[in-house]
Design a binder for this molecule. Structure first.
Ligand code: ADP
Ligand code: NI
Length: 224
């Protein structure tokens, strides 16, 4: 395990400023992208970064800003990331760091079952893993139903079969039931993680989701 340098006072000021921007931005969200999602991802990303020897400042900044330009937000631009860029510019960080953080954010998002490109930096691997872990386990289950409810999706519809989305466009426009979302994304995540630290945290969360779906279907079919 590598030791990352301790954050300097200047780094701490930058993180404080970016934390405030992210907290304000996500304050009123009810679709699973609330501030506490960002807060959990940030804590998890730091934990993973510590064990994997990733650059702490890059990881923390990217985690804080990773959902500000998300494709689910009206009018967002996932290539140029204007909101994250603006936040970083306002904190007056160096050009090189700004470019690196935006590149991490671009690589984080889940784009469908068959569209999984592995990020090309350790820092992006770490933030992607932290974001994915927050879609798993008890919290992942809660977020999926909160998201589905906010979009008016059905909890479950036995007539609609899960679809393995071939493209990001298909995945984005999908309105399948929340139980199908488990087969289309949540139960696939454990095999899509990058780091050993995240894989070991994922195994319990995965087992819990499997048990949940099994129980849901047992009760639905009134078998017990
Ligand atoms: P993340 O913030 O982890 O990148 P997403 O932006 O893909 O996650 O989605 C936010 C939350 O909503 C996640 O917990 C995700 O699993 C859930 N979600 C996304 N799409 C659906 C869907 N079609 N049905 C139910 N839940 C969904
Ligand atoms: Ni996220």
């Amino acid at each position: 395990m590598m030791r990352e340098p301790l954050n300097t006072n200047e780094d701490k000021e930058i993180i404080k400023a970016i934390t405030n921007i992210a907290r304000n931005f996500h304050a009123s969200d009810t679709t699973g992208h609330d501030w506490f999602h960002i807060w959990r991802v940030c804590k998890m990303a730091k934990h993973i970064a510590h064990h994997e020897g990733a650059n702490m400042l890059e990881v923390e900044l990217a985690a804080l800003l990773h959902d500000m330009d998300d494709h689910k937000i009206e009018g967002s631009d996932e290539e140029n990331l204007p909101k994250a860029r603006q936040a970083l510019l306002s904190a007056k960080i160096q050009e090189l760091l700004l470019t690196k953080v935006l590149q991490i954010i671009r690589q984080v998002s889940f784009k469908g079952a068959r569209v999984n490109a592995k990020p090309n930096s350790l820092e992006a691997c770490v933030v992607q893993d932290a974001d994915r872990l927050d879609a798993m386990g008890a919290i992942g289950i809660a977020r999926a139903f909160a998201f589905g409810g906010s979009k008016g999706f059905e909890m479950y519809n036995p007539e609609a079969k899960p679809v393995m989305h071939e493209s990001f466009k298909d995945y984005k426009s999908s309105n399948s039931s929340t139980i199908n979302h488990f087969y289309e994304k949540l139960l696939l995540l454990k095999d899509m993680l990058n780091t050993d630290t995240a894989k070991s945290i994922a195994s319990r969360r995965h087992a819990y989701m499997e048990e949940f779906v099994e129980r849901f279907l047992v009760e639905w079919n009134f078998r017990e």
